[in-house]
Ligand binder design. Structure first.
Ligand code: SF4
Length: 443
């Protein structure tokens, strides 16, 4: 039997789709080319923005039309499934199974029912609980996510995540270790520890309490002597970033010298309205502290403009914060009211045209910073992970630095999956080029 996935939203969803993919493959299912021909179509949804949900509703309508022509099973998973539950079947008639983020354990039961020709899946009377599952790795992939947390306790006033993903749950370190061993055995070179707010990781076991820096130390010990050489983590909330985390990172070069540290805004007034629970000053102090410990570390961030009540002066605060930090890159977006969040009822909504103008200013400044920072790196020596062959030229390889910069290099396919040293020789767009690549000792 065949299956096809459509995955929307964040890296958590990507990781979860990968885990579901593994379940299907283990049962002998095969990936279909597209949803038109698959026996089972699974849409892993995102609820963060209304536009994301509207897009899924549009896709469900298309699949409903397809269902009139041929039978297949349609499963909706992820945040939208969690938020709307079985009610989704009333909104979109073609949906066969709704599987929220905390009821993924029913997936094998759904597959069993489909394999036997369809039918109801008995959900247990108990409240479903979230269970972490193993990552799946595509052939030829050298980077993998390792989910360490699920859910979020922060309730930023614009965000739906805590309502759909629920409270924070940390993963048993024994299971994290097991997964790392599994990935190392498959030749993975780089892992990203994943959670909505990794800094509040906490596990209470027989050996006492393990916090996030403790987990980082454990991961560093675990990967010693394995093919895994680079470790990242995502997302890090500035309000919970501890000095010990900085110290652990600084002490161990396996932690990539790049950090995605969401700021969202530069104005204290707006940060308070967003319920971010840090200030512009504390954010800048944290950046300075991290830079003191790791001067070569680069930052990226998320910036949200047009939050209700934002004035031109507030936007200037964001622009000046960007000038102070000089992010290597940023995900920039404008505010859209999300029903069910605290900010939904806030007055003083910023008009669409103003939001767009402000976003354009933020994007223009970020582009300038990205360009300047990349240009300043020409001539530098770097270590890269060789990821694959360039789609444009089969004699060239695509590689990435630990700052996540792309470098195109000459080389042969046999080098894929190895670490190599190179000089950043030139820049085309935001992609570096190099003339020569030398494999690192031990690859
Ligand atoms: S930290 Fe804030 S923005 Fe991030 S998931 Fe939690 S509530 Fe949403």
């Amino acid at each position: 039997m065949t299956y096809f996935f459509e995955t929307y939203g964040c890296q958590m969803n990507t990781a979860e789709s990968a885990a579901l993919d593994l379940v299907l493959r283990e049962r002998g299912w095969q990936a279909a080319r597209d949803g038109e021909t698959a026996d089972l179509v699974l849409i892993n949804t995102c609820s963060v923005r209304e536009t994301a949900e509207k897009r899924v509703m549009g896709r469900l309508a298309q699949y409903a039309a397809l269902k009139k022509k041929r039978p297949f099973t349609l499963v909706v998973a992820g945040c939208m499934a969690q938020r709307l539950g079985e009610g989704l079947k009333d909104k979109a008639g073609a949906v066969d199974y709704v599987m929220g983020t905390s009821s993924r354990s029913v997936f094998p039961l759904i597959l069993e029912a489909v394999e036997q020709g369809g039918g109801e899946v008995p959900l247990s009377g108990e409240r479903p609980v979230f269970a972490f599952s193993s990552s799946h790795l595509e052939e030829g992939q050298f980077r993998s996510f390792v989910p360490i947390m699920h859910g979020c306790d922060n309730f930023c006033s614009y965000c739906i995540v805590p309502y759909v993903r629920g409270r924070e749950i940390s993963r048993d370190p024994a299971s994290v270790k097991e997964e790392i061993r599994l990935l190392a055995g498959r030749g993975v070179r780089e892992i990203t520890l994943l959670g909505q707010n990794v800094n509040t990781y906490r596990w209470e076991g027989a050996g006492g309490v393990l916090d996030f820096p403790g987990l980082l130390e454990l991961v560093a010990r675990e990967i010693a002597g394995t093919p895994i050489r680079w470790v990242r983590f995502l997302s890090a909330n500035p309000k919970d970033f501890s000095p010990r985390t900085i110290a652990v990172m600084a002490e161990n070069p396996v932690f990539c010298r790049h950090l995605h540290l969401c700021v969202q805004h530069g104005s204290n007034r707006i940060l308070a309205a967003m319920n971010r629970r840090y200030t512009r000053e504390s954010y800048l102090d944290l950046v300075a502290e991290i830079r003191r410990a790791m001067p070569d570390l680069s930052f990226s961030t998320d910036i949200l403009v047009g939050f209700p009540g934002e004035t031109g002066a507030d936007l200037d605060e964001t622009l000046s914060l960007m000038e102070e930090v000089r992010f290597l890159y940023a995900y920039m977006y404008h505010y859209n009211p999300r029903e069910g969040t605290a900010a939904y009822s806030l007055p003083e909504r910023v008009p669409e045209t103003v939001k767009r103008e402000r976003l354009a200013r933020v994007i223009a400044l970020q582009k300038k910073h990205t360009r300047e920072l990349l240009e300043s790196r020409i001539g530098m020596r770097e270590t890269v992970l060789i990821e694959g062959i360039s789609r444009k030229n089969a004699d060239e390889l695509i590689t990435r630095t630990e700052k996540d910069e792309m470098v195109v290099a000459p080389g042969s396919p046999s080098m894929i999956g190895s670490f190599a040293g190179l000089t950043l020789s030139s820049l085309r767009g935001n992609t570096f080029r190099t003339k020569e690549l030398r494999l690192c000792p031990g690859g």
